[in-house]
Design a protein. Structure first.
Lengths: 280, 347
């Protein structure tokens, strides 16, 4: 049994950890409403002016580019990643282990290596840097994320599920619609969310694969480097914190749903957690 | 070659037509590994038929060939006299209870049971009723709204059973369905399954590696070894008249003696053990004694060569008495009609 002292110590400790995680975030969120364009504590006054100021065409263009790249890369990753996972999980073939290794390697490689390699390849192939080269760069790590999620799900679910469905008289389409899709969908959602999140805040690979265009992270980096528009950066950060809490809250809602830990929901939480772990 | 017991023909005649399942010359290999090396089998309608054998003997592959999950390299599969060798599993009039149950994890128990009716287009209300009836039949009333993860192993097993029989198949295939259950539950389920089969009046094809299970439940059984059938017959037949050394060893205790160039087998409970002074039977020494509660098992080394296992009921013996008999000189005797001559392995 835990004594009162241990309980107290644990509470204090947990509070400290939460504070440690949240103070910087809270600070930047407060700065988004700072009247002065110089960051200093305490803030000199309250304003929502920067929210208008941040909605410039430059920010909007970058945001739209980031969203587009994220969506396309995620879409590609969902198709390629789940196909690869199916192949590796269901068939034995020569070089199977090698495929797995080659697929997973890019996420372990430092982004700078991937970036330089892609850049050299594009130059050598006479390919102009564009939205599509960014998508290609992002797809290298997005595919892995989906692949890992789907593979884990396939390994955990009984291979006889499909046979059971056929045995009970279902045709191929019914088996896909009633069994394969529902069993895999949560793994795909989790993998997709994670892939999009990784793509959305990617800086290093993007630096080497983007031409004249700026994704949102590149734009922020540029602002900070020049020391200008810092209040705008704070506003963007504020928006991002709110946006990224949505999938996390969603995951927790799913877990609470029936009082039973649904396998899919657990995987979303898991994915969100590993996102933060593997991103840097 | 596979052996067709004479009773197969009788059953066929009794059923008034083609057997429920007929396999002819089935072969299946995976690369260099031959899983099934020529199996011929006829299973009568309404039979509880067991495929018994050690792991890797081809019994599960044979079951999967009947279900349609495996295409045989050679041979023919007939269900009720119709050739279904090239028919997809979904179009065959059989249903399967899988070893790992293969319950759909994202569906409730009721949805699992309804699945076969749903894909056939039965209306929701009708199939709800049918599913609930089935759940009552497998003694799981009112559990329809649970998810499979919320059930115990024994309950999942019965859901898998309900899901298969709700479709009213003339043949039910069961792949080691009790393998994951503990002993007590397994014995309960053996009785339950046997009763269910008689109640439904359909053919059960049951795969197991447990010889006791096979002997308890089957009307007839086929003993598999290395992709072939060694013997087909009723449990009593197979137990008392093993035709090969493998069957003698796998079903029951291997008790084989070589006398005058003949190899004979005697079941342990058919041997009478008496004092050496009795002067009747073969002399030997008790080498080891194992007290197993209801009975005591003795291993007796015979002076004229060979070793026999003898089982005696602990009618008046305590464990102390039994264990003190080690090293004692005894005589073993048996009636000639309880010995069976067997061929050499593989003949």
């Amino acid at each position: 049994m835990e004594s009162r002292a241990t309980r107290l110590a644990l509470t204090v400790w947990s509070a400290l950890v939460v504070l440690f995680l949240w103070i910087p975030l809270a600070l930047i969120m407060v700065y988004a409403f700072n009247k002065s364009n110089v960051e200093g504590w305490p803030i000199s006054g309250f304003t929502t002016h920067w929210f208008h100021a941040a909605w410039t065409s430059e920010v909007r263009t970058s945001l739209w580019l980031s969203v587009r790249v994220g969506l396309i890369a995620t879409g590609l990753a969902l198709v390629l990643g789940s196909m690869a996972a199916f192949g590796v999980a269901r068939f034995r073939f020569f070089g199977r282990e090698a495929v797995s290794f080659l697929l997973v390697l890019p996420i372990a490689l430092p982004g700078i290596v991937t970036g330089i390699a892609l850049n050299s390849a594009f130059v050598a192939g006479n390919i102009n840097l564009s939205t599509w080269t960014i998508v290609t760069g992002h797809a290298t790590f997005c595919v892995v994320v989906v692949y890992n999620n789907v593979l884990a799900r396939l390994r955990r679910s009984s291979p006889s599920l499909i046979e059971a469905s056929q045995d009970l008289g279902a045709d191929g389409w019914q088996t896909f619609r009633f069994i394969v899709w529902p069993v895999l969908s949560t793994a795909l959602v989790a993998g997709g969310l994670l892939a999009f999140a990784l793509s959305f805040d990617e800086v290093i690979v993007t630096t080497f694969t983007a031409g004249a265009q700026n994704t949102l992270p590149l734009l922020i980096l540029g602002y900070i480097r020049l020391g200008q528009q810092l209040p705008v950066v704070n506003v963007i950060a504020f928006a991002m914190i709110l946006l990224t809490s949505i999938p996390v809250l969603l995951a927790q809602r799913l877990t609470r749903d029936t009082g039973v830990l649904r396998p899919g929901a657990a995987e979303v939480t898991e994915a969100v957690e590993t996102a933060q772990a593997t991103a840097y | 070659m596979a052996t067709l017991a004479p009773t197969a023909a009788d059953t066929e005649a009794a059923a008034g037509g083609a057997p429920a399942v007929r396999l002819t010359g089935i072969r299946r290999s995976y690369g260099a590994v031959v899983a099934v090396a020529g199996v011929d089998l006829a299973i009568g309608a309404g039979e509880f038929f067991t495929l018994l054998g050690p792991s890797g003997s081809g019994k599960t592959t044979t079951l999967r060939v009947i279900a349609g999950f495996e295409r045989p390299d050679a041979g023919r599969v007939e269900l009720q006299g119709v050739d279904v060798t090239h028919v997809a599993p979904s179009q065959r009039a059989v249903n399967t209870v899988f070893q790992d149950y293969a319950l759909f994890p994202h569906m409730t128990v009721a949805e699992n049971v309804e699945y076969g009716l749903r894909v056939k287009g039965m209306r929701r209300r009708d199939r709800r009723v049918r599913a609930e009836t089935m759940l009552e039949r497998v003694r799981l009333p009112g559990l329809g709204d649970r998810k499979p993860v919320q059930l115990s192993g024994g309950q999942r097993q019965r859901v898998a059973l309900a899901r298969a029989i709700v479709n009213g198949p003339p043949v039910l295939l069961l792949d080691e369905p009790l393998g994951a259950l503990d002993l007590k539950l397994r014995q309960e389920m053996q009785i339950f399954l046997k009763a269910l089969q008689q109640d439904l009046g359909i053919t059960f094809v049951y795969v197991t590696h447990d010889q006791e299970e096979a002997l308890t439940m089957s009307d007839r059984m086929a003993v598999f070894n290395e992709g072939r059938i060694e013997q087909v017959g009723t449990p009593a037949d197979v137990y008392e008249h093993p035709q090969t050394e493998f069957v003698a060893g796998f079903v029951g205790v291997s008790n084989i003696l070589e006398r005058e160039g003949r190899r004979i087998t005697i079941r342990p409970e058919k041997i009478r053990m008496s004092d050496e002074a009795a002067g009747e039977g073969e002399a030997g020494t008790i080498r080891s004694v194992v007290y197993v509660g209801m009975v005591t098992r003795y291993v007796v080394g015979l002076d004229s060569g060979g070793e026999l296992v003898v089982v005696r009921q602990n009618l008046e013996t305590s464990s102390q008495d039994a264990l003190s008999e080690q090293g004692k000189r005894v005589r073993l005797s048996w009636r000639p009609e309880h010995t069976y001559e067997i061929g050499k392995e593989g003949t």
